[in-house]
Design a protein around this ligand. Sequence first.
Ligand code: 2HG
Ligand code: ZN
Length: 466
Amino acid sequence: MVLMPVLPPALPAPVADALRQAVGERELLVDPDRTAGYAVDWTGRYAGATPAVVRPADTAQVAAVLAICAAHGIAVVPQGGNTGLVGGSVPLAGEVVLSLARLREVGAIDPVDGQLTAAAGAPLASVHQAAAAAGWAYAVDFAARDTATIGGTVATNAGGVHVLRHGSTRGQLTGIEAVLADGRVVSHLAGLGKDNTGYDLAGLVCGSEGTLAVVTAARLRLVVPPDHVVTALVALRDVADAVAALGVWRRALPGLQAAELVLADGLETVCEHQGLPRPFPRGAGATARAFVLVEVGGASDPTHEVAAAMDEVAGLYDVAVATDPGAAARLWCYRERHTVVIGEHGPPHKLDVTIPAASLAEFCAEVPARVPRAAPAARTWLFGHLGDGNIHVNVTGVDPGDVAVDEAVLGHVLELGGSISAEHGIGTAKRRWLTRARSPVQVEVFRSIKAALDPAGILNPNVLLP
Ligand code: 2HG
Ligand code: ZN
């Protein structure tokens, strides 16, 4: 079964007129040929339809759009780069799409605080570039960096490859500007080093998946980039050895900033599909079942430190080391291209989960056994952020609407005391599991917060809360 779009009725003429007045004639898209691309998620698993896409240019226009929609009881789905993987940024029940793509400004960097303000639609990569040009770095990074937007990363509390060193998006956020469901603007962008004046609205809106407010700008803390970076692809006997190795590296390598897991079949498929050379064509490395991409930074060259740490690891079969950015980028391809390659096998079920380290090896062995019992034709792919216990379980060859496989995986995650959403959010994909992962009291608190900020329930109504 494919989740078919329901064609929504056109907007009432007075609403369309008011929206056109707010954003300009050209920025209200109503032609289905032009709106269709905004209504399908990146995976192709979630497709909807919308009567209109509104593309405001700034915060005042976002506020005007929301005030109009609120006055007419029209539900809205905020959308940034639409790279989300849980169906959280598409109009599944005929909502209006509020695109933040035109709010792209990246402000100046405060050289003392090491902070900048980025507008919601600024691509993540543009923040990296601005930071690098001033000798700083922005810690949040992941493969969709060119398309994913800052607003989306805030709305989902995005993680990525450097979480083990710097934390998720919430940890970088020192302030926020957002528009409430009724069009009022909450702006708190001073980015003060200490500020305990009441509730932390930035922290609350971060990770709320567009259900509490529409993020229009974020004040972000930057980090000092290391002068030297060593990147190594480590071939290991199996996942259990990879988990044990992480413990060694954490203690031996204070500059450890990424530890990313891929498995032999995923790596092989990426090589085949992308025409990449096998990293370990011969010897023990060719028989390895788990691979960890390790990144270590330092004020001085950490190569010797890394080599010494590798000597302590059991089950280590081989290591490929990169010391210049070009070679490092080539190693990263083996990890980062997984998403694109998997997408070529049909719309995947994306099950982004966290598993306690003690159960991680068991989980990686058990999931490929459980999935075929729920979906015999399915193929299971496992990879992710070993450093955070965050495994991206991808399952292809399953109908988009068939949730038996999701149940098999997420049920096991809950048995092991893990999280059903590590960094992608609950979205539409996992909302039916929220009450299994959070207690009734917690879900009641969620509902109270939602009701306080969006009493009419017009903000991203298909996500998060069941
Ligand atoms: C990554 O870590 C992203 O590469 C995408 O979170 C994960 O494709 C996925 O499942
Ligand atoms: Zn990830």
